[in-house]
Design a protein around this ligand. Structure first.
Ligand code: ATP
Ligand code: MG
Length: 402
């Protein structure tokens, strides 16, 4: 069956009171962006609903896939649109819909009528009963039966300016439309966790920038490309992401030379946070986001998180904090970043990492070790900031340097 239109259901936006239109507009904006590479569509609001009409030939699967990545959408219903509202005609249209949509008619059903057009000369309940009667007349012999409590198929007829018929609802990603929740800076590594963290924050309506630290020549171009690829996968949900790429080699070398090796990771982390926060402030972000999860590795114990966090003035959001690794993996598989995340390229943290890193760092001890860096680190941080490379990563088309 070919559908030319979709009805878009949204959940939480519905409760936003006076600001509701802002959320709807943001949703429509994101839908337009997502559908851009799929074809020509008209997207419109009609009393608490958003509709998508295809203006030309399009690929159904592609359109559904694009929409299923737009935060704020709870359900995508492919609909049949009928302009002629005369009742017996509509009864026939509903039968034709069932004929085409369900080859096998051995199922239970219920008709649900919504009458937004209050001038329509028939009450919803009466219309539903008459639609049901007509369907039984056509298909009872083939097995269709009414079940008003737990129908296998719920046929909905919405009578508005036009009439909309549907029975499928493809789940959307939920959440809030991107752009309604400010902006945050994601510390994006090539691992499994940080892309998931970015997805989860963005699902609450937050747009993202990202910072990646690499250590050439110890980390390769391919390791960097992997992070660009991950950013591109996340951008399918969040829209374009400015990816700040920071050369961290000299800072890492200095720490390696001047600080106890078992404290390397934690001190590195602190400098990463400081630098990411600098870019965050510069680009109007209100928070940092990491993929940390309590106890996952030495640098993510409660003590390590405490010491890392101490350098930040902005809130640091860690949406994976209470998740087990397998839960994080499940999300990364669902959002399509897993395959890229597990590609085996080196990460700057693993190259310089000590065999036995401290698992319970003390802030005063770490601060004392950092004193060894005084006199050189300020300049190195400055240089790392000044030599950043920014890549504008888009979900469709090529990434470009800014
Ligand atoms: P991930 O899968 O996200 O890499 P991980 O389990 O490897 O996480 P760590 O390497 O300890 O964990 O990193 C913890 C968090 O610190 C990451 O989730 C990420 O937010 C940030 N981070 C680590 N390395 C980098 C890096 N090279 N560039 C940017 N952020 C990083
Ligand atoms: Mg990592």
């Amino acid at each position: 069956m070919e559908f030319k239109s979709f009805l878009i259901k949204y959940a939480e936006i519905g409760v936003k009171g006076k600001n509701r239109y802002l959320f709807e507009d943001a949703l429509i904006h994101q839908m337009k962006y997502a559908l851009q590479p799929v074809g020509e569509f008209n997207i419109r609001k009609e009393s608490g609903r958003v509709f998508v009409d295809a203006l030309d030939e399009y690929d159904y699967e592609e359109a559904v896939e694009a929409l299923s990545r737009v935060f704020g959408i709870s359900g995508i219903c492919p609909i049949l649109v009928e302009e002629e509202k005369e009742f017996s005609h509509l009864q026939q249209v509903l039968c034709d819909y069932v004929e085409e949509r369900y080859e096998d008619k051995d199922f239970t059903f219920k008709v649900n009528v919504r009458r937004a057009d209050k001038k329509y000369p028939m009450k919803s309940m009466d219309a539903a009963a008459l639609f049901g009667e007509k369907l039984l007349e056509c298909y009872e012999k083939e097995g269709m039966k009414v079940d008003v409590h737990q129908p296998e198929v719920l046929l909905t007829v919405e009578i508005r300016e036009k009439v909309y018929i549907y029975s499928d609802e493809i789940p959307g990603p939920g959440g809030m439309p991107v752009g309604t929740g400010g902006k945050a800076m994601l510390l994006l590594s090539g691992g499994i966790d940080s892309p998931v963290a970015g997805y989860m924050i963005s699902r609450r309506g937050v747009s993202l920038e990202a910072t990646y630290f690499h250590a050439p020549p110890y980390t390769s171009e391919r390791a960097k490309q992997k992070v660009v690829d991950l950013a591109k996968l996340i951008a399918r949900y969040t829209g374009p992401i400015n990816l700040h790429i920071v050369n961290f080699t000299d800072i890492q070398m200095a720490i390696y030379e001047k600080c106890p090796h078992d404290e390397l990771t934690i001190i590195m982390r602190r400098y990463m946070m400081k630098i990411a926060e600098h870019f965050a402030r510069q680009s109007g972000c209100l928070a940092l986001v990491t993929g940390e999860s309590i106890g996952q590795v030495a640098s993510q114990t409660m003590q390590s998180l405490y010491v890392t966090n101490e350098v930040c003035e902005m809130p640091v959001f860690r949406p994976c904090i209470g998740m087990d690794k397998q839960d994080i993996v499940a999300v990364s598989e669902k959002i399509g970043t897993y395959e890229t995340s597990i590609l085996p390229y080196e990460d700057c943290c693993t190259i310089f990492v000590a065999k036995h890193p401290v698992t319970k760092p003390r802030l005063d001890v770490i601060q004392k070790s950092e004193k060894n860096l005084e006199g050189c680190i300020e300049e190195l941080v400055q240089k790392a900031i000044e030599t950043e490379e920014v890549i504008k990563v888009r979900p469709h088309g090529e990434a470009c340097r800014r």
